[in-house]
Design a protein. Structure first.
Length: 136
């Protein structure tokens, strides 16, 4: 089983002038939450420990008898990174991530993933993405 962390993780995020928590969710195409990562302190970016957190999520999905092989996973531009693509490839998940123009991956890497078929970008699929985001 993947490593777990304490349930509540709060961290000060200057741009919000408050303590916040980040949690990664995976939902189906109807917006029903299927799994979530352990909470992380809010001052961390979305890709903080992405491989570990993604492993946790995949473990939960497998425990629920959800086959991950060949699954299409839509993600927003914040996940346009080599680490995220590697985590998806490791689980045989096809990542559909809207390109982030600020990502250094655009200039340097990513071609290997595209050639192996573990990365695509389909705008129509991305528009169908369900979003679970709560801002209190």
């Amino acid at each position: 089983m993947p490593q777990t962390y304490p349930i509540y993780q709060l961290g000060y995020q200057g741009r919000k002038a408050a303590k916040t928590t980040n949690i990664l969710f995976v939902s189906d195409s109807q917006g029903v939450m299927l799994a979530m990562s352990t909470p992380q302190e809010g001052q961390h970016h979305d890709l903080f420990q992405i491989q570990l957190l993604f492993e946790q999520i995949c473990f939960l999905l497998k425990q629920a008898s959800i086959n991950l092989e060949g699954l299409f996973l839509n993600a927003d531009p914040a996940f346009d990174s080599v680490e995220f693509y590697f985590a998806c490839q490791k689980q045989e998940i096809i990542a559909n991530v809207k390109p982030n123009p600020r990502s250094s991956m655009r200039q340097n890497a990513g071609t290997e993933n595209k050639q192996t078929g573990t990365y695509i970008y389909d705008d129509k699929l991305c528009r169908e993405m369900s979003c679970i985001e709560i801002g209190l």
